[in-house]
Ligand binder design. Structure first.
Ligand SMILES: [Zn+2]
Length: 293
């Protein structure tokens, strides 16, 4: 398996015969609205460009995987890029209808898809009312024969469902968002640094941390996070890739992959409908405010 980290949550995952483009936010710097909605520090996003070789590397993609429908995981540039190549988009049942309505060739990522054992693990994109308003998110456990199993947590805080998945599925690689994102009210909407320490302590082998230094509402730095993990004695279990860095991970376990549990995700409901509507309104309002000043 090779993880070619591009920027934020965008990466190429080379697994078996596939090259999967994960969560493509492909916008040029300063062309998306700020996500810090309250308090100081709001700036246009993304803060940094994609690495120079990103678009060349992306031509190898055989499909796209989307964790959830937020613009830092799939933006208008990403949609345009996918459509121009006619690539299949693999996602969950909650986000599938919204992505289809954007004209994408959408397939549900379920057990057996792409020749992999798959489980969808619910996430929680913040706590309390804020987490609810951020909308439903899921993570994906992907186990390809002959490759390390990987759990892409998607945007979430540390929940019992996440910890249960780590304990039960024993993913050899966990890819987790580490920016400790905060919109300025209501607490962090991604793993806090303390939660990342817990995740790394419980991880069977390796945690790859992304969603860093690319967006205005993600204050955690790679260097600060690396120092904290080293201080906790976890440096060997954690990898924090630079944008453009490629990481190869060989299968080490000789045991068969842990089989996924039953699939329990519901279809899109009231939460998805309402939060998609509110997120669109916020994005529109912040775009207008950013263009004014
Ligand atoms: Zn995100």
């Amino acid at each position: 398996m090779k993880i070619h980290h591009l920027r934020n949550a965008t990466a190429l995952l080379h697994v078996g015969e596939h090259c999967l483009l994960i969560d493509p936010m492909l916008a040029e710097p300063d062309t998306l609205p700020g996500f810090k909605l309250f308090g100081r520090g709001r700036r246009a996003n993304p803060l940094v460009p994609l690495p120079p070789n990103a678009f060349t590397a992306m031509e190898r993609a055989t499909g796209v995987v989307v964790t959830h429908e937020h613009p830092d995981h799939l933006d208008a540039s990403g949609i345009e890029w996918i459509k121009a190549r006619g690539l299949p988009v693999w996602t969950n049942g909650v986000d599938a209808p919204g992505l289809r309505s954007k004209g994408l060739d959408v397939h549900e990522l379920c057990d057996g898809a792409l020749g992999m054992r798959v489980e969808l693990i619910p996430g929680r994109h913040g706590r309390g009312w804020l987490g609810w308003m951020m909308g439903p998110t899921v993570g994906y456990y992907l186990a390809h024969p002959g490759e390390p199993s990987v759990y892409i947590t998607g945007d979430t805080v540390l929940t019992s469902a996440v910890m249960d998945a780590v304990t039960r599925l024993r993913p050899e690689v966990i890819i987790a968002p580490a920016g400790a994102a905060n919109v300025g009210v209501g607490g962090d909407i991604l793993f806090s640094v303390a939660e990342l320490v817990t995740l790394a302590e419980r991880a069977p082998r390796l945690v790859v941390l992304n969603h860093l230094e690319a967006l205005d509402h993600c204050p955690t730095t790679r260097s600060g996070l690396g120092e904290r993990m080293a201080a906790e004695g976890l440096a060997a279990r954690v990898h924090i890739p630079e944008d453009g860095e490629e990481t190869t991970i060989e299968r080490r376990d000789t045991d068969p992959h842990v089989l996924p549990g039953p699939h329990t995700q519901r279809g899109p409901g009231f939460q998805k409908w309402l939060t998609a509507h509110v997120n669109r309104r916020i994005a529109g309002a912040t775009s207008a405010a950013d263009s004014r000043g």
